[in-house]
Design a protein around this ligand. Structure first.
Ligand code: IVH
Length: 662
């Protein structure tokens, strides 16, 4: 047997063994045999690299580290479903479907709690793996995807196909990854989803390979091209191709009672599954029905995601601690005995303001239930009044600032510290200034800012930029060293060249979030222009209301603020909008466009003008030189021609998303 033949044979044997293990749940090869074949293959490939095949299992250990991930445009936008949370909403969904489809059948699938990925196969060979990104543009993570053992590197059929599914980490792999991290003194992952997300976006695929990710296939964007007629056929086809699907748990249902039963049964199985799920995905089974139902401007109408209720955990309230924000707003916070909620340890939650506390009648010593709102931020759901100990004291609001003792003032539901020199306000303002969405200065975490403030190393924003004059002293501080101070000073210097919107957000004008800062920077280009803008002019901007416009004008009337800005100018901070050639912009510039059919939200001439504004070219007929065809309602023969020539097609929804992002 020639070397190449032996390599081919080893690859077939090993891939067959993986297939039997992962897909058929029926391993036939012992671990020892597998290891022996694998080692032999590795040695042969090392000696004869020219025979190394792209579907060789030795690719699963990862390759050279990348500098960055390339961006990729999805051929079909990667959407997600709307979420629903209860029986009523399930019934409403079913009623809505029944308005169009007389007696629908649904496929019910566990909603995997990971992140979605798109895999592209050409002639049966895995050629690309990508993240969802924003649904239109994702990142090329092919090397990382190849490390996932449940992703077939070669399909059982030599076809071209895109397959979507969930990249996830099993509960076991998660526990192991965290043991590793503890041993290496690294922060543990909060939950398997975060672990999967962090692992799949590693530039070094060798790290990804160690994390033992998994892939569950659930969707083909163009099933009709493979003669499939239902979603359940799609799932069966995916399994036939060599993918792991949830074939034991996926089920069909004909009415809401079936759906509710499925949800209840699955909720019971949930703790015993080897991976996390966070709900049930409902899809109309018949692909023709799917087509008829179609899409709204955002989401498919033919499916929906039911989410299990968030986990609620009981704990005891230890203390209500008041904090002062950068505007002086006083926030009461619940400090409770630490508890695990949805995988992470939490010990505090905001109680928003005085009215909220009174309404909940929350008291130190109470038993309270905690859950994560929107999957991240802990909140107090309920005070268990029936478990209240009679001697707990009623909540009382403080009347003086906990930091500077200034009497508080009340505005609506909130209390404020009116002292502009309140150290708490200053510290919060500094923390905000350096934060990632603001000036993005690395190495000045909340605790460091607080320490530096108390040590009088930093009292104002200007002081941050003067830290370089105290370099030697800083290096001597406990917990620092030359390297960390060098990094910090570098990061501070780099922040000077930030585009205007970051500075505008960082200086903390009341009510100006990162998004509004960008609108203003884009519109005015320089801080000087914005400072000269009149109230009328500001209110005429789409996203700026009366209150915000007033805040802006007032901010720039204040001597102190003008002094800050002048100082920052002297220090050398950039005060101009640098713009950015957005990715979407580059999707249009120098591309040849043809438009066919009616776009509901924009006239033909308007579309042409818009494309030209972004340096695109519009032409009337489709040829092989056309780059993109925008297809609206009732398209003409240009659509067929574009499809024949394999030209990129943007439907109305996609076009809308792109122009909204320009
Ligand atoms: S189908 C158009 N099936 O949950 C959406 N998604 O909103 C096509 N997910 O972001 C996706 N399990 O990442 C589908 N069995 C399943 C799923 C699933 C988890 C995720 C997916 C998507 C979200 C649904």
């Amino acid at each position: 047997m020639s070397i190449q033949e032996r390599i081919d044979e080893l690859i077939s044997k090993i891939n067959q063994a993986s297939y039997e293990y992962y897909i058929l749940d029926n391993p036939t090869m012992t671990d020892q045999e597998y290891d022996d074949y694998y080692k032999e293959l590795l040695i042969l490939e090392e000696k004869h690299p020219k025979f190394k095949r792209p579907d060789s299992p030795t690719n699963r250990v990862g390759g050279n580290a990348l500098d960055k991930f390339e961006k990729v445009t999805h051929a079909h936008p990667m959407l997600s479903f709307d979420d629903i949370f209860n029986e009523e909403e399930i019934r409403a969904f079913d009623d809505r479907i029944k308005k169009t489809i007389a007696s629908p059948t649904y496929t019910l699938e566990p909603k995997m709690d990971g992140l979605s990925g798109s895999l592209i196969y050409e002639k049966g060979l895995l050629v690309r793996g990508a993240t969802r990104g924003d649904g239109i543009i994702g990142e090329d993570i092919t090397l990382n995807i190849k490390t996932i053992k449940s992703v077939p590197l070669r399909l059982t059929k030599p076809i071209d196909i895109e397959v979507r599914g969930e990249i996830y980490m099993s509960k076991d792999a998660f526990l192991k990854a965290n043991i590793d991290r503890r041993e290496n003194n690294e922060n543990e992952f909060a939950n398997p989803r975060n672990a999967a997300a962090g692992s799949v976006r590693q530039l070094d695929s060798k790290i990804t390979a160690k994390r033992n990710l998994d892939f569950m296939a659930y969707f083909i964007p163009n099933p009709e091209d493979f003669g499939l007629k239902t979603q359940s056929e799609s799932l069966a086809f995916l399994r036939e191709l060599g993918f792991v699907t949830n074939y034991k748990l996926n089920q069909k249902a004909n009415d809401v009672d079936d759906i509710l039963k499925y949800i209840n049964d699955l909720a019971e199985k949930r703790p015993h599954l080897p991976y996390n799920i966070d709900g049930v995905v409902l899809k109309v089974d018949n692909l023709n029905d799917e087509k008829v139902l179609g899409y709204t401007s955002r989401v498919p109408r033919w499916g929906i995601a039911y989410k299990f209720p968030a986990e609620e955990v009981l704990t005891t309230l230890r203390e209500i601690k008041f904090t002062v924000g950068r505007t002086g707003k006083i926030t009461p916070n619940a400090i409770f005995h630490p508890v695990h909620v949805d995988g992470s340890l939490v010990s505090k939650a905001t109680l928003h303001n005085y009215d909220y506390c009174v309404e909940k009648d929350i008291r130190v010593g109470d038993v309270i239930s905690i859950r994560k709102a929107g999957d991240v931020i802990p909140e107090v759901v309920e005070v268990k009044l029936d478990r209240r100990n009679e001697n707990v004291k009623e909540f009382t609001m403080i009347d003086k600032c906990p930091m500077c003792n200034t009497p508080l003032i009340r505005k609506d539901a909130n209390h404020f510290c009116p002292n502009e020199h309140c150290p708490a306000r200053k510290i919060e303002a500094l923390i905000h200034f350096v934060s990632r969405p603001a000036m993005n200065i690395d190495g000045l975490g909340e605790n460091i800012i607080e320490d530096f403030y108390n040590m009088k190393i930093i009292s104002s924003i200007e002081d941050i930029y003067n830290l370089k004059n105290q370099k030697e002293e800083l290096i001597e501080l406990e917990g620092f060293g030359k390297k960390s101070i060098d990094n910090l000073l570098n990061s501070i210097e780099n922040s000077k060249s930030n585009s205007l919107e970051k500075l505008l957000f960082a200086i903390g004008i009341l009510g100006i979030g990162a998004k509004t800062a960008k609108v203003l920077a884009k519109k005015y280009h320089s801080l000087d222009n914005l400072m000269n803008a009149s109230l009328e002019e500001l209110t005429s901007i789409k996203d700026i209301g009366d209150v915000l416009a007033n805040n802006i004008v007032n901010y720039f009337k204040d001597e102190k603020n003008i002094e800050l800005i002048n100082n920052l100018k002297k220090i050398g901070l950039n005060m101009e909008y640098k713009g950015e050639k957005s990715l979407y912009n580059s999707l249009i510039s120098n591309k040849k466009f043809v438009i066919t059919g009616t776009i509901s939200f924009m006239g033909r001439n308007e579309i042409k003008a818009l494309i030209e504004k972004y340096d695109g070219i519009t032409v009337d007929s489709v040829s092989k030189n056309t780059d993109i065809v925008i297809v609206g309602d009732s398209p003409g023969s240009k659509y067929d021609k574009a499809q024949k020539l394999g030209i990129e097609i943007w439907n109305e929804e996609r076009f809308k998303k792109i122009i909204e992002s320009l």
